[in-house]
Design a protein around this ligand. Structure first.
Ligand code: ZN
Length: 122
Protein backbone atom coordinates (compact mmCIF):
# COMPACT_ATOMS: atom_id res chain seq x y z
CA UNK A 1 0.00 0.00 0.00
CA UNK A 2 2.94 2.22 -0.76
CA UNK A 3 0.69 4.26 -3.05
CA UNK A 4 -1.21 5.60 -0.04
CA UNK A 5 0.31 8.17 2.26
CA UNK A 6 -0.29 8.31 6.00
CA UNK A 7 -2.97 10.96 5.72
CA UNK A 8 -4.88 9.05 3.05
CA UNK A 9 -4.66 5.89 5.10
CA UNK A 10 -5.91 7.70 8.19
CA UNK A 11 -8.89 9.02 6.26
CA UNK A 12 -9.74 5.59 4.92
CA UNK A 13 -9.28 3.97 8.32
CA UNK A 14 -11.61 6.55 9.88
CA UNK A 15 -14.21 5.82 7.18
CA UNK A 16 -13.91 2.08 7.80
CA UNK A 17 -14.11 2.50 11.58
CA UNK A 18 -17.23 4.64 11.26
CA UNK A 19 -18.86 2.16 8.90
CA UNK A 20 -18.01 -0.75 11.17
CA UNK A 21 -19.58 1.02 14.15
CA UNK A 22 -22.76 1.83 12.24
CA UNK A 23 -22.99 -1.74 10.91
CA UNK A 24 -22.64 -3.05 14.46
CA UNK A 25 -25.54 -0.85 15.50
CA UNK A 26 -27.70 -2.00 12.60
CA UNK A 27 -26.84 -5.62 13.29
CA UNK A 28 -27.72 -5.25 16.95
CA UNK A 29 -31.10 -3.70 16.16
CA UNK A 30 -32.10 -6.29 13.55
CA UNK A 31 -30.45 -9.40 14.83
CA UNK A 32 -28.30 -10.90 17.48
CA UNK A 33 -24.75 -12.18 17.60
CA UNK A 34 -24.51 -15.95 17.61
CA UNK A 35 -22.52 -16.85 20.71
CA UNK A 36 -18.98 -18.13 20.20
CA UNK A 37 -18.89 -17.25 16.53
CA UNK A 38 -18.43 -14.13 14.47
CA UNK A 39 -21.83 -14.62 12.85
CA UNK A 40 -25.09 -12.79 13.27
CA UNK A 41 -28.66 -13.95 12.97
CA UNK A 42 -31.74 -12.00 12.01
CA UNK A 43 -34.28 -11.86 14.84
CA UNK A 44 -37.40 -10.00 15.81
CA UNK A 45 -37.55 -7.39 18.53
CA UNK A 46 -40.04 -9.43 20.52
CA UNK A 47 -39.97 -12.87 22.02
CA UNK A 48 -41.59 -15.73 20.23
CA UNK A 49 -43.31 -17.31 23.21
CA UNK A 50 -45.90 -20.02 23.55
CA UNK A 51 -48.53 -17.53 24.62
CA UNK A 52 -47.83 -15.13 21.82
CA UNK A 53 -50.89 -13.50 20.31
CA UNK A 54 -51.49 -14.91 16.81
CA UNK A 55 -51.41 -11.37 15.41
CA UNK A 56 -48.14 -10.65 17.14
CA UNK A 57 -46.77 -13.91 15.84
CA UNK A 58 -47.71 -12.91 12.29
CA UNK A 59 -46.06 -9.53 12.75
CA UNK A 60 -42.98 -11.21 14.06
CA UNK A 61 -42.85 -13.64 11.16
CA UNK A 62 -43.01 -10.66 8.85
CA UNK A 63 -40.30 -8.88 10.75
CA UNK A 64 -38.18 -11.99 10.64
CA UNK A 65 -38.68 -12.30 6.90
CA UNK A 66 -37.25 -8.80 6.55
CA UNK A 67 -34.54 -9.07 9.14
CA UNK A 68 -33.00 -12.38 8.13
CA UNK A 69 -31.87 -11.29 4.64
CA UNK A 70 -31.08 -7.80 5.95
CA UNK A 71 -28.79 -9.17 8.64
CA UNK A 72 -27.14 -11.41 6.04
CA UNK A 73 -26.32 -8.36 3.93
CA UNK A 74 -25.15 -6.35 6.92
CA UNK A 75 -23.00 -9.22 8.11
CA UNK A 76 -21.42 -9.62 4.69
CA UNK A 77 -20.54 -5.94 4.59
CA UNK A 78 -19.37 -6.04 8.21
CA UNK A 79 -16.91 -8.81 7.38
CA UNK A 80 -15.62 -6.91 4.34
CA UNK A 81 -15.01 -3.79 6.39
CA UNK A 82 -13.39 -5.80 9.20
CA UNK A 83 -11.17 -7.56 6.65
CA UNK A 84 -10.09 -4.22 5.18
CA UNK A 85 -9.16 -2.96 8.66
CA UNK A 86 -7.29 -6.18 9.28
CA UNK A 87 -5.38 -5.72 6.02
CA UNK A 88 -4.44 -2.22 7.16
CA UNK A 89 -2.91 -3.73 10.27
CA UNK A 90 -0.99 -6.23 8.18
CA UNK A 91 0.07 -3.63 5.64
CA UNK A 92 -1.67 -5.34 2.75
CA UNK A 93 -4.51 -2.86 2.42
CA UNK A 94 -5.46 -1.28 -0.89
CA UNK A 95 -4.05 -3.99 -3.12
CA UNK A 96 -6.14 -5.99 -5.59
CA UNK A 97 -6.55 -9.52 -4.30
CA UNK A 98 -6.51 -10.82 -7.87
CA UNK A 99 -3.58 -9.10 -9.54
CA UNK A 100 -1.92 -7.41 -6.54
CA UNK A 101 -1.97 -4.08 -8.32
CA UNK A 102 -2.59 -1.03 -6.11
CA UNK A 103 -6.26 -0.04 -5.97
CA UNK A 104 -6.60 3.63 -7.00
CA UNK A 105 -7.30 6.04 -4.16
CA UNK A 106 -10.40 7.31 -5.93
CA UNK A 107 -11.88 3.81 -5.84
CA UNK A 108 -10.95 3.35 -2.19
CA UNK A 109 -12.56 6.63 -1.29
CA UNK A 110 -15.78 5.46 -2.94
CA UNK A 111 -15.54 2.10 -1.17
CA UNK A 112 -12.84 1.87 1.50
CA UNK A 113 -13.48 -1.88 1.76
CA UNK A 114 -12.78 -2.51 -1.96
CA UNK A 115 -10.75 -5.67 -2.40
CA UNK A 116 -10.03 -5.55 -6.10
CA UNK A 117 -8.90 -3.12 -8.78
CA UNK A 118 -11.42 -1.81 -11.30
CA UNK A 119 -10.50 -4.52 -13.81
CA UNK A 120 -11.21 -7.31 -11.33
CA UNK A 121 -14.37 -5.92 -9.81
CA UNK A 122 -17.54 -7.64 -10.89
ZN1 ZN B 1 -6.81 -6.59 -10.19
Amino acid sequence: MAHLNAEELNDLRAALDAELASLEEDLASHGRAIPESSDWQGTTGGLVGEEADPNDAADQMEELATNVPLVEELEKRYKEVAAALNNMEKGTYGVCENCEEPIPLKRLRANPAARTCVVHSK
